[in-house]
Structures are given as structure tokens and as C-alpha cells.
Design a protein around this ligand. Sequence first.
Ligand code: SF4
Ligand code: SF4
Length: 476
Amino acid sequence: MQNESEQIPVVELDSIAPAEVAELDLYQKREKIYTRQIEGFFQRIRMFTGWPLLAGYFLLPWFSWGDRQAVLFDLPARQFHILGLTFWPQDLILLAWILVIAAFCLFFFTTLFGRVWCGYSCPQTVWTSIFMWIEQKTEGSRNQRIKLDASPWTASKAIRKSLKHALWLAVGFYTGFTFVGYFIPVKELGFQFFSLDWHPWAIFWVAFFTLATYINAGWMREQVCMYMCPYARFQAAMFDHNTLIVSYDPTRGEQRGSRKRTIDPATKGLGDCIDCQLCVQVCPTGIDIRDGLQYECIGCALCIDACNSIMKKMDYAPNLISYTTENKLQGKPEKIIRPKVIAYGIAISIFVALFLYVLLSRVPLELDVIRDRGQLYVEKPNNMIENTYTVKILNMDTREQAYVLAVSGLDGLTINNNKVISLHPGEIAELPLRLNVPRSRLLAANNVIIFKVKSTSTPPLVAEHESRFLGPGPVK
Ligand code: SF4
Ligand code: SF4
């Protein structure tokens, strides 16, 4: 039994002073990160991965394919044009395949190379880099920016800050404008913009994406990666001891400490880390990689470039911070080909093969047959049995097509309406149809029949649909 002195005292909430309540606050104010610009091998690689993506994003809507925009997601017409192909809502299965393949590629590359996507290609990283570059051009280097923020407001400070935000908004606007240009023909959108004749929805979406870009890349930056991105949370599940990570080598770096370049660190009991903090100052998420692997690390390798520049100055071997694996750090053998990687590789190969099969066997023609559910059949006076249907033919091809409808499955079957149907690209024909069969030709009360629509083009487009023909049954 607890004696009285060991009992936890019960504190009345009313008795807590406001200052103590404030200490219980779970909100931690964000420390602004002032990153230092750094040049280096991995920074150059980032240029080669980031710029083509940016150029692709900004330029693609301006290209034409035939008489229309090369990539256009035309939502009102429910058509998605990608280069020479037109996809319809009926093709959503292809989108599902693409998403599945993209997800498995992400698993595959994350297992092998860690957070390469985050560090080199994620739009949040790429756009944040652009915004940081603008910041450096308008407000100066890291130290100049720290000084500027701490200084009182002057005309020069106001001009620099205004210029930075104006440029951020300009990039945000062009990003939003381009994004909407994938859904509304971008030349039409540009014409609306210059003639000040904007559609309200176009204004809304461009403004929305302008602000989203401005806030995410200008203000929130690493907060998006740390608190909002789900991938940052679950990617650890794909990591193993052979996954590439950015890591500091403590056995080589410690005991860290400053020293003169000419001094042999061993004589002072020092490792190779001169504790210059450059790796921390370049880090876009503001972490110290020397504290070990942290979930905030996006694997951008800026700290590797920073540390290698110091190692070069000190005449030490490079890669005190490097891309490595946990196994390598622990002196264990590394393994690139492992069961998880093989499994992801096989899954990707299967899904890509299935996707290609679905894509290549896809016929840009849709046939739908709905049997009239109001009546089973009609017995006509001449001993004929009649069933009625509604047939829908959708021309998903990019060319105008002429179609002929035929029905098979029962002898003596006649169609009341089988003229040639001409359809423009994207046009749907809805035909009421009556089929007649002599009662003597019925095989059963419920007969399988096949509707077949075929274009007159070469090679022809063909679609089939199975349906039922009902009647009183065969003559006994
Ligand atoms: S620790 Fe290094 S690799 Fe990780 S985010 Fe910071 S700079 Fe990039
Ligand atoms: S940049 Fe290299 S030397 Fe400088 S503190 Fe970081 S790890 Fe140490």
C-alpha cells in the first residue's frame, strides 16, 4: 500500500497559473530555416532531374497533336487526349493500371535507393528549390537574409521582400495557369487571360493553384514533407539494411571539433568532422544528419555536397557524409538483389505486361445493349416473336466512322433497323431496335444472341455484346 507521502498529488486545474498552462501547450512554433546555397555533384544531378520535369510540365500543354492540344483532359467532353490517343471514362481501368504500376515503381526504387523521389523529383522539392533560388537572388545569401529579417523595416527591405513575394506569386500563377491549361485548352485560356474575359471557374482554379504553390513552396516548405506528406510516413516500411540512405560516418567523423588545416587530427584525438555546421546550414529540412537517420531527411544529398566541399578544403578523403547503407556502416556485406526487390520487380513486369495488353487490345468503340424490361416478348399475328432493345454505340475513335449492326444466335432473326450509322469522334448513337424471330426457330424460352457492331473502315473496329431473346419456347 502506498503511504501518503508517495501519492501523486491531485492538482485542481483552476489552481494552475496561466504561465504553467502555457507550458502544457503542444504546439511548437516553427523555426525559420535559412538555407545556404551549395554547389556540388548531387546538386548538379538535381538540376538534370528537376529541369526536364519542369520543362515538361510547363511546355507540354503548348504542343499540338493534329488539330488539338497534345495533352488535354477535356472533362466536359469526358475525353482525355494524350498525344495520339483519346481515352474515355470507359478506359478508367487503364488509369488504375498506371496508378498500380506507379505505386510499385515507387516501392521498388524506395527499397533500393531510399528517398530519391523526395530528394530529386517530387514537385514539392523542385518548386521549393525554385522559390529558394528567388529568395537568394532577392534577399541575398544566408547571412544577409538572417540580418535582413532581424533588421527594422526600411525602404530597401520592403522592396526586396515585395520583389521576392511578387516573383513567388508570378511563379505560382504560371504554375496554376499551366495546370488549368491541362484541362482547358491552354491557348484559349491565354486568350481569355489577355482579353480579360475569364470564365469564373478558370479564375477560381488558377487562383487556387497559384496560392497553393505560393504557400507550399514559399511558406510551408519542409513542413509539407514533415507533417503533410503521407509517403514520408510509410516509406520507412520499405527500408531495410541495404537501402541507400544519406548518412554521416561517426566512426570516422568523431570526435568532432575545430582545428587548423595543417594539424593532424589524430594528434589531437579528433575525427574528420571539423564541426563547421555547413551540413546543417544547407539542409532544407533544418536537421543535423550527424544525429543519425531521421524521418525529416528527404535524401536530397545537399549535406553530402557541403561536407565534401569542406573535406576537399581540409585535404581529407571525401564522403564523411555519403550515400551508404546501414549494412555498410556496420561493416556487413551489402546485398542489392534481395527478395523484396525481386518481388517488386516481378510485380512491375506483370502489371506493365497487363497494361500493355489492355492498351494494345483496346478497341475505340463501345457497344451497349439494354433489353426492354417492360415486356418479355410480343407475339405477332404472323407467328413471329418480337423483343425490343435499346442499343448504344459510342465512337471512341479520333476519326468519323460508319458502323453496321448485326445480330446472330437464332436462325431467321430480322432487325427492324440496320442501316449504316455514321458517328463523329466522341458521338453516341442510341437506337431503339426490334428483333423478330419465327416462333418455329426458337431454341428455348431464353436464347443467347450476340449483337455485333462493325465499322466499314480498314481495318474494321468491332465490338460485341451478349444479350437474350425471350419467347414462349420452341414449338412442341
Ligand atoms: S540531412 Fe542531408 S540529405 Fe537529408 S534533407 Fe538534410 S541535406 Fe538533404
Ligand atoms: S559539413 Fe562535414 S565537417 Fe562540417 S559539420 Fe558537417 S559533417 Fe562535420
